[in-house]
Design a protein around this ligand. Sequence first.
Ligand SMILES: [Zn+2]
Length: 213
Amino acid sequence: MSQQDTEQSVNDEPKSEFIVDTEDCEERELAHRERGTSRPITVVGNPVLHKECQDVTEFDEKLAQLIDDMFASQRTAEGVGLAANQIGVDLKVFVYDCPDDEGVRHVGHVINPVLDDLPADRRVLDDSNEGCLSVPTAYAALARPDYAVVRGQDMHGNPIAVEGTGYFARCLQHETDHLYGYLYIDRLSKRDRKDALRQMAEGTPRYEVVSND
Ligand SMILES: [Zn+2]
């Protein structure tokens, strides 16, 4: 997902069911991207973005390197989330570096993510703007629940659950969608989708993209 202005604040009390992804963010993100190599971003129309990615079954050094490369690519493109197919890799992996509704920074990765179905009382829709590194320079308002829980695995294959609010909840939903072959523009009305594609056609990305030719 692409960046948006947010306020900074501190302190977060994670519930024990969920991983702690708010500590040592600076150091962890830096370590990943220093080990990684930035790669160009795939854009709408590239087949790898429009089909479900494969489940990860090998939790090896190659997977760790992919995660490092994804953090490097995310930083280069100034994203707050990145799915593996956005650098052309057909595997269910996403990374994030994203603030929640209190401005608290979350840094982490999820392998083989699945979103929880929300109980009705947690389904409060938020219709903020959304953007995507694979639809460069375009933004559109899109209603999504302002709370999300995603379950999957970490790079070692351990089961994890990640909880998000606000912009981070949007990010978790957006990145999981990617790995099932959906872009946020696929959730827009025909008219809004067309407008987003027009914005993309008129804009110039600030990072390297993979040509669809
Ligand atoms: Zn995206």
